[in-house]
Ligand binder design. Structure first.
Ligand code: NAD
Length: 528
């Protein structure tokens, strides 16, 4: 369990005086598995954040002006750079998160996919729209909807995907023509600096910058941008909403979750066990759409639990390096380890059983992949977001109880349903109070950019992706009307008012919009 990876260095580091470590001006980043220092970053002050945002604001008009075709060139050049620096990026990710190599490489594959998709499709999504008028009376107008980017978009991200979390939002924002100011988590600030270096190395216009720091730096970002895209916890998301409201800023919040899985009696139990184990334990469970509760129909409960436990017992826990020997890595930090330990210990004290796992290993922040049974909705492992490698499983009488329990949560991010009956799965999906449902699969909605990703309830507000909406969300919309026919000197409604002219207009409008005799001014409230 040694970390052999080179730690990326922050460009600000040379200006630091020796002896300054983890203070108001510096963050020392440690590998959570080994405690080794992975790097240090200088905290950007409010003034530095303001100056960085000003520089982005100055560069953005040209970025907008080159159009989607011009931007595609740079985004695809960054895609090349990411592919050419995949090992370096994966090293950086692992150095600060201690995740398995495959989990780190998935972030890079995700980045490549994001860059390719938004680069190639943004032009189509941002093209002017010419909607047909809603009424024949307006056919005299040519209508246009124009999408113009917010000049500077602030992207504030958590630590669970040091590369992927930023990529998920900064790529569509850049593709939309906005400049992006990214404030990554103080827990994993190193990888975003590698990406920022890549943007500079390809010679792209200076419309993407990273500022390092904690909450104060995030607050300074909100003070200086035109749109805030936030991913993180519910309490921070609520503060961000308030701060944005004070500045009248639009924002989108992607927050926590407590995703349920429903296993019905007719499910392929092997696939359900493998899929739920992956959905719950990938990235050591530190995934917003991690499966955190499983409801299993009584008829197959024992068989399913046996398969799940057998599979989870096979998983390899440890500090991975480039040779991909482990499936589950460490937790991001001691705070996260503390939450997982508390949830498991509280459940066991209240009568739950850990059929496998249940303890921290004592090395770094590793916690054993854990299957909990005999849990209920009074326990923190079911009601609070755990964000760790635990799978609490409950037996239910049937579909109705499963849906009721799945919906008994303040969160509503996503869910999974496991059954061979496709119609039943679709029916259940529509009854779950969540922003996404994967049928007979887990996590996969995150790899589909033509559908929206967003939470219901306390899991957030707004959506990322969803095809055209993925870039249009970073744009202000402008409506333009222009005459479609030669114009006259005056329109009927213009001054001076004339009951006769108005009457002609009103009659036409009513004839086209109302129903029955009211169309002709006869009968009921429409009688004139
Ligand atoms: P967090 O809320 O503590 O921090 C997130 C970011 O906000 C960090 O960069 C932090 O420095 C910054 N921040 C903190 N206070 C701020 C303030 N007042 N103003 C501006 N910025 C501020 O979250 P975390 O612990 O880093 O991440 C874990 C959480 O993220 C979990 O709840 C998880 O579910 C959630 N998450 C959600 C999604 C999603 O898409 N819904 C994806 C990944 C993670």
């Amino acid at each position: 369990m040694t970390n052999t990876q080179a730690a990326p260095q922050n460009s600000h580091e040379s200006s630091l005086s020796s002896g300054q470590r983890d203070s108001d001006s510096i963050i020392e980043v440690r590998n959570p598995a080994t405690g080794e220092v992975a790097g240090t970053v200088a905290i950007a002050s409010a003034e530095q954040v303001g100056a960085t945002a000003d520089a982005l604001r100055r560069a953005q008009p040209e970025w907008e002006a080159i159009g989607a075709d011009g931007r595609r060139k740079w985004l695809l050049a960054l895609q090349d750079w990411v592919l050419d620096h995949a090992e370096e990026l994966a090293d950086a990710i692992q150095s600060e998160s201690a995740k398995p190599r495959i989990d780190a490489r998935v972030e890079i594959a995700f980045a490549v996919d994001q860059l390719g998709y938004w680069a190639r499709h943004a032009g189509k999504f941002l093209a002017d729209q010419h909607p047909a008028p809603h009424t024949p009376l307006m056919r005299v107008k040519r209508l246009t909807t124009v999408y113009q980017p917010y000049p500077v978009v602030g992207v504030i991200t958590p630590w669970n995907f040091p590369l992927g979390m930023g990529i998920a939002d900064l790529v569509p924002a850049l593709a939309a023509g906005a400049a992006v100011l990214h404030k990554p988590s103080e827990v994993t600030p190193l990888t975003p600096l590698v990406l920022e270096r890549g943007w500079a190395e390809i010679g792209a216009p200076p419309v993407f910058a990273v500022v390092s720091g904690r909450g104060d730096t995030g607050r300074a970002v909100i003070d200086n941008v035109d749109y805030v895209q936030f991913t993180g916890s519910v309490p921070t998301g609520q503060k961000i909403g308030v701060a944005c409201a004070e500045r009248m800023l639009p924002y989108s919040l992607e927050l926590g979750g407590k995703d349920p899985a429903i296993v019905l009696a007719d499910a392929d139990l092997d696939r359900a066990a493998y899929g739920i184990a992956y959905g719950a334990l990938v990235n050591a469970g530190q995934l917003c759409i991690s499966i955190e509760r499983v409801y299993v129909e009584a008829a197959v409960y024992d068989a399913f639990v046996d398969k799940l436990v057998a599979h989870v017992k096979e998983l390899r826990l440890g500090q991975d390096d480039r040779d991909c020997r482990f499936d589950v890595g460490a937790l991001a930090n001691e705070t996260q380890l503390g939450i997982v330990e508390r949830h498991v210990n509280e459940a066991i004290s209240a009568g739950a059983k850990a059929l496998t796992g249940g303890r921290a290993t004592g090395v770094g922040t590793f916690f054993e992949p854990t299957v909990l049974v005999d849990v209920d909705h009074t326990m923190s492992c079911i009601t609070e977001e755990t964000f760790g490698p635990t799978i609490p499983v409950m037996k239910v009488a049937g579909e109705a109880e499963a849906i009721a329990l799945a919906n008994d949560s303040v969160f509503g991010l996503s869910a999974t349903v496991w059954t061979r009956d496709r119609a039943r799965a679709q029916r259940i999906a529509r009854r779950l109070n969540v922003g996404a449902v994967n049928i007979n699969d887990s996590v996969i909605n995150l790899f589909n950019f033509t559908i929206p990703h967003g939470g219901w309830g306390k899991s957030g507000t707004g959506y990322r992706w969803g095809g055209a909406n993925g870039v249009r969300k970073y744009c202000r919309q402008k409506a333009i009307t222009a005459p479609a026919l030669p114009t006259q000197k005056k329109e009927l409604l213009w001054f001076p008012y004339s009951p006769g002219n108005f009457g002609i207009m009103e009659s036409a409008m009513r004839a086209l919009s109302a129903r029955g005799l009211r169309r002709f001014g006869l009968g009921g409230a429409g009688k004139s």
